[in-house]
Structure formats: C-alpha cells, structure tokens
Design a protein around this ligand. Structure first.
Ligand code: DHK
Length: 152
C-alpha cells in the first residue's frame, strides 16, 4: 500500500484575520473554521495536510524548504508577500511537486498593485475569488496532480 501524500498549505501575513476584517473582503468565515474545512476536505481526499500560517517571510521560506523533503504538493496563499517576495518565489522554484497559488479574493478585480504575482511564476495553477471553496478546489487539484505523477 502506498503512503498518503502530504500537502503543505501555507498562508501568509494577516490570513489569521480572515472573518474579522470589517470590509468583508475575505468573507465571514474565521481562519480557524477555514482550516477545519481544509482538514476535513483533505481527509476525504486521503491527503495528510500541514495547514500553517505565518506573518513572517523567512518562516514561510523555511516551511517551503521543509516541504521539499516532506510534501508531494504545496498550496500557498502568500497574501501581501505575493507581490513582493522574490525569496518566496526562489524557494517555490526549488520545490519539485505541483504548486497551487490560492487567494480568497479575485486579486485581478482589486487594486493594480495586486495584479502582479511573483508566486505565479512558480505555480502550476491559480485559484482566486472563490473564498474558502477555492481552497477546497486547490486541495482537489493538488491531490489529482500528485496522483497523476505517482508511479503506477
Ligand atoms: C490575501 C491577502 O492578505 C492580500 O494581501 C492579497 C489575498 C489577497 C487573498 O485574496 O487571499 O492581496
């Protein structure tokens, strides 16, 4: 029997405030509730999920490097660091499995400074604008991509 694939789902600065943001840009669901939703969906897909959040760029880089050794796929919402972090891009480029870039909001509908993503240069695919449903779709996609790559 083959082992369950591990997926790292990394969340950047301020993601812990989802649901608390008065503008409602990121919906009303709390980050804790979104994490639970992802854990339930990952379990249904037979994935082992490492769902983490940090406000610190270097911590995210360390986790991406850790994922090189431990994960078959990676999902990342680098939040505000999406538009600035070459360090996160370089770490992602060193990851060999599928990478899904996820955003709760439709970043192309928002301010122009959110229209250029460094993460996209390393991403297999992008999910944006669908809130936490997009996170579940990202998990479904990464599970499929890992399965397609696995030796039969
Ligand atoms: C989350 C953030 O925190 C913003 O900085 C990004 C992204 C968009 C999201 O939609 O999940 O611009």
């Amino acid at each position: 029997m083959t082992a369950q694939p591990t997926v790292y789902f990394l969340n950047g600065p301020n993601a812990n405030l989802y649901g608390l943001d008065r503008s409602g840009t990121y919906g009303r669901e709390s980050f804790v509730a979104i994490k639970q939703r992802c854990e339930d969906h990952a379990a249904s897909l037979k994935l082992t999920l490492e769902f983490r959040q940090s406000n610190h760029e270097g911590v995210l880089v360390d986790w991406i490097q850790e994922a090189r050794e431990k994960a078959g796929g990676l999902i990342i919402n680098a939040a505000g660091l999406t538009y600035t972090s070459i360090a996160i891009l370089d770490a992602l480029l060193a990851f060999e499995g599928p990478i899904i870039e996820a955003h709760m909001s439709n970043i192309w509908k928002r301010e122009p400074f959110r229209h250029h993503s460094y993460v996209s240069r390393a991403a297999t695919g992008v999910v944006a604008g669908l809130g936490a449903l997009g996170y579940e779709l990202a998990l479904t996609a990464v599970a499929r991509l890992i399965a397609e790559q696995a030796p039969r």
